[in-house]
Design a binder for this molecule. Structure first.
Ligand code: GLP
Length: 241
């Protein structure tokens, strides 16, 4: 069930997403947040940091689980999602390191997937934040991923690697070919989903998610079967609705 909120631009989207996130954080003693990377959530994260600094919102009792991580990069590499989350959110909200969780993209990958899924079985995610790929992917669940998938290793589609090349090109490096991601079934277990999308490049994926058939070819279309999904889009991303 979608609650679709269309706003003018990215700043309005980020402010609106912050309200939804804050309500969940305030409603629980020990909130569990499912978090995402990419450019879409950065404005929301800036709002969370500003609120923490201004109003002292406390993150010492908050747990976080990130959607995904590249395979094969050292943890401290500038383009890991571990680094992204520390730079764009975790440092700014002073969340204790032991409270944050990301899949591990090095070592025994199968074991890492199983361990991550196990850690998430012991808690329920109160709100899962999602962006959407231009091909309809969520996390790194590419088109064709089984709807019953749990945390798993994926081979990235060429389109996704091209979309993300802008971060690696300046380093003279290639986008990794694999990643670990929460599965579709893992994502669907969250109590509430908050999906944010901005810009015309997302318009087709957003329309497919909301109005298209529920199909593994558009991973985000499974969200039609989730009881509580808030979608916040700017006018450009909503242009094909
Ligand atoms: C990446 C991430 C996704 C993200 C998507 C969109 O591939 N794995 O979680 O939603 O890209 O990214 P952006 O928000 O930068 O468009």
């Amino acid at each position: 069930m979608f609650n679709v909120i269309i706003v003018k631009d990215y700043d309005a989207l980020s402010a609106e997403a912050f309200k939804v996130m804050k309500e969940v954080i305030d409603s629980k003693d020990r909130p569990v947040l499912g978090l995402a990377t990419g450019s879409s959530p950065i404005g929301l994260y800036q709002n969370m940091i500003a609120d923490h600094q201004k109003n002292g919102t406390d993150y010492t009792q908050v747990l976080t689980f990130n959607l995904d991580e590249y395979v094969g990069l050292p943890k401290e590499h500038s383009q890991t999602y571990y680094t992204f989350m520390h730079e764009n959110l975790f440092q700014g909200i002073e969340i204790p390191e032991e409270n944050v969780h990301l899949p591990l993209g090095n070592g025994d990958l199968e074991k890492n997937c199983a361990d991550y899924e196990k850690a998430m079985e012991d808690v329920q995610v109160d709100i899962q934040l999602l962006g959407i790929g231009s091909n309809g992917h969520i996390g790194f669940n590419e088109p064709g991923t089984a709807f019953d998938s749990l945390t798993h290793i994926v081979t990235l589609k060429e389109k996704t690697r091209q979309d993300n090349a802008r971060f690696f090109d300046p380093l003279g490096e290639e986008v990794p070919t694999q990643a670990i991601t929460m599965g579709i079934a893992t994502i669907m277990k969250a109590k509430k989903i908050l999906l944010v999308a901005s810009g015309s490049g997302k318009a087709e994926a957003v329309a497919g998610m909301i109005n298209g058939p529920v199909t593994e070819e558009v991973p985000a279309s499974i969200l039609q079967n989730h009881p509580d999904v808030t979608v916040i889009v700017d006018e450009a991303a909503a242009s094909k609705l």
